[in-house]
Ligand binder design. Structure first.
Ligand code: LLP
Length: 420
């Protein structure tokens, strides 16, 4: 038998457990599909980040986009983390979960007036501003509200993060941030704006970064700009280097750790004396989660075998849109193997979790677990094909708690029924 994929989803007597909860027994009680999260996995990552950065004043802002379930947010909040948000909706959830405003940073290329107003009213730590027009608008709205808005400028350092093109964000051609060679001019404009307080500098170069040396390149460029700003008399409070640390998706992956990140960037950041902000999302939550789904049918064609399950791209879209690999295992350990496409019930060829995969030989009714699904799983889910979104469960030792009820048909169509 192969070894366990991680420490949180392990086989005991041939059955898959999340911590000390039997996934088979749980699914008999609550049905499928569901996301299941290990609290210990989340705490372990939080503690690694805190420990890695403990010797330098650092605010770790969890990127809500990775997974914004309120019960999970509470764990991050209770452990002293801040929040990195990208919308009014995320601000609402961050506040609901209890994050103090002075630990919330807000990025995004398209903030609406209403969202800007909301965030100014909440007195957030910083807007990470992505264009000159946005600076003007925040300045104007803050003026109307008789407030000063804290801003940082998102600088695009033109560094290739060597990851999937859809999640590379720090290249010149990308829509994000302000080009580094225009940075100085934009800061000069910003400090003159009456209703803004310029507090920091921000960058985020991409996601699922497996080679931390790209951070070195980016942070060196940012620190250079910080020194240029100092020369011009523009003093900042912090450097925010975004998120992006990669995680294990393939069994053979050896992802970088928070310690690797700290060792790479702290020596450079220290030269400035500025406080540090980091915005990890995926690396805090990916390993904690799995999507559990049941085999509905087996379909054998001449060329191929299909395992058709009761969850689809509406629950986990990463394989469909990034051709992302998620390791898939059976909940009951099997000695006999098969090679099959693991597909969902949705009317799209792109509705698959894995193609030509070797997995344990499953039958109708068997359960499978799609791993590393804690990040960008439930947060990217939809109701496509009018499929209710999956239930979500948090495991702590031998206890579990439903942290999101399964949607039903009435819930999905409610807002439409009201108007017909
Ligand atoms: N900060 C900013 C400004 C970001 O844009 C992102 C992610 C993060 C932090 C968090 O990055 P992380 O630590 O999670 O890599 N849906 C894609 C990932 C999109 C990431 C977008 N920005 C996926 O499923 O791979």
């Amino acid at each position: 038998m192969e070894g366990n994929f991680n420490d949180y989803f392990v086989y005991k007597n041939g059955k898959l457990y999340c911590e000390d909860v039997s996934i088979q027994n749980l699914s008999t009680k609550i049905g499928t599909p569901f996301y299941i999260y290990s609290k210990k996995a989340i705490l372990d990552m939080i503690n690694q980040y805190k420990d890695a950065f403990k010797d330098y004043p650092t605010l770790i802002c969890y990127a809500l986009k990775a997974n914004s379930n309120l019960s999970l947010l509470r764990i991050f909040e209770e452990n002293g983390l801040g929040a990195d948000i990208v919308s009014g909706g995320e601000l609402y959830k961050a506040k609901k979960a209890g994050f103090p405003s002075n630990k919330i940073v807000y990025a995004g290329v398209g903030k609406t007036d209403a969202e800007i107003m909301y965030a100014i009213n909440e007195n957030i730590l910083s807007f990470n501003v992505e264009s000159v027009m946005e600076l003007d608008v925040i300045n104007e709205i803050a003026g109307k509200q008789h407030k000063k808005a804290n801003v940082s400028i998102r600088i695009n350092p033109d560094v290739d993060p060597k990851t999937h093109p859809y999640i590379s964000t720090g290249l010149k051609k990308s829509k994000f941030g302000i080009d580094i060679d225009e940075g100085l001019d934009v800061y000069k404009k910003a400090v003159k704006m009456e209703n803004l307080k310029v507090v920091g500098i921000h960058c985020h170069i991409g996601s699922q970064i497996m080679d931390v040396s790209v951070y070195k390149e980016a942070v060196e460029k940012i620190v250079n700009l910080v020194f240029q700003l100092k020369k011009e008399g523009i003093e900042l409070e912090f450097i925010d280097i975004g998120g992006g640390l990669g995680v294990k998706y393939y069994p053979q992956d050896i992802p970088p750790t928070p310690y690797d990140l700290a060792n790479t960037i702290l020596p450079i950041v220290k030269q400035t004396g500025l406080k540090l902000i980091i915005e990890p999302g995926r690396s805090l939550i990916a390993q904690a989660g799995a999507l559990i789904t049941k085999v509905i049918f087996i379909k054998d064609k001449k060329e191929k075998h299909f395992v058709i399950v009761d969850s689809g791209m509406n629950d986990l879209i990463r394989p469909s849109i990034y051709n992302a690999y998620h390791h898939i295992i059976t909940v009951e350990e099997k000695t006999e193997k098969m090679i099959a496409d693991i597909v969902g019930p949705i009317c799209e060829t792109g509705d698959f979790f894995g193609l030509d995969r070797e997995i344990g030989k499953v039958n109708r009714g068997d359960l499978i677990a799609i791993l590393s699904a804690g990040a960008y799983g439930s947060s990217m889910a939809s109701n496509y094909n009018v499929r209710p979104k999956a239930m979500e469960v948090l495991v702590d030792g031998d206890k579990y708690k439903i942290i999101k009820e399964r949607e039903d048909y009435q819930y999905i169509s409610k807002l439409e029924e009201e108007v017909v």
